[in-house]
Design a binder for this molecule. Structure first.
Ligand code: GLN
Length: 190
């Protein structure tokens, strides 16, 4: 695979771990904090963290609309956990603004306080390439609805946890927290 420039939204959250995973695969990681950093990126990762905080920064930096436009451009995009919440069409628990670039409805913090963080190997994987991936869930959202154009790549406990709509991927777990880079490889191989 040719080396690509992969942007990582670097407003808040777990972006350094994503940058390391990108570099480990031989690509360049570019931290995206302002509009001008998006130019020249071949792909983009929206990390986990706190989606409400990221939203506030996106609005303060006037990045919300340009980012939504960029995510619709046909380039590969991966949103993980809070990043998946940002990409969704609709957000509940409570409702908040989102970029609306993948046809899913997500409920924030939907696993409840008792099991709000856990690690589980993915067993139910319509996408063979993801079988057995150790998925780290941290105050994760649940994908409650998927539109007709959305392909489910993996489920856990009956809920979709990795999905794609064309080049836009959303995962409710944190692939950057393990050494297993299969999901990122999948996103970048298209
Ligand atoms: N609970 C966070 C949110 O609602 C997401 C948590 C995460 O990214 N690990 O934004």
């Amino acid at each position: 695979m040719a080396a690509r420039t992969v942007g990582v939204l670097a407003l808040q959250g777990d972006y350094e771990a994503h940058a390391r995973a990108i570099e480990q695969l031989g690509h360049r990681a570019r931290r995206v904090k302002r509009l001008q950093h998006l130019a020249g990126c071949d792909a983009l990762v929206l990390p986990g963290g706190e989606s409400t905080t990221m939203l506030k920064f996106l609005q303060d930096e006037e990045l919300f609309e340009p980012l939504a436009g960029w995510c619709r451009s046909g380039a590969p995009v991966l949103g993980t956990c809070a990043g998946a919440i940002l990409l969704a069409r609709d957000v509940t628990g409570p409702p908040q603004a989102s970029l609306g670039v993948i046809d899913i409805t997500v409920e924030r913090n939907a696993y409840g306080r008792q099991i709000d963080s856990f690690v589980a190997p993915l067993e139910e994987t319509p996408c063979d390439a993801l079988r057995g991936l150790e998925a780290v869930f941290i105050r994760a959202p649940v994908i409650r609805e998927v539109g007709p154009e959305v392909e489910v790549l993996a489920r856990h406990g009956g809920h979709p946890v990795a999905v794609r709509q064309g080049p836009v991927y959303a995962a409710t777990f944190h692939p950057e927290m393990t050494a297993d880079t299969r999901l990122l490889e999948q996103v970048l191989q298209d």
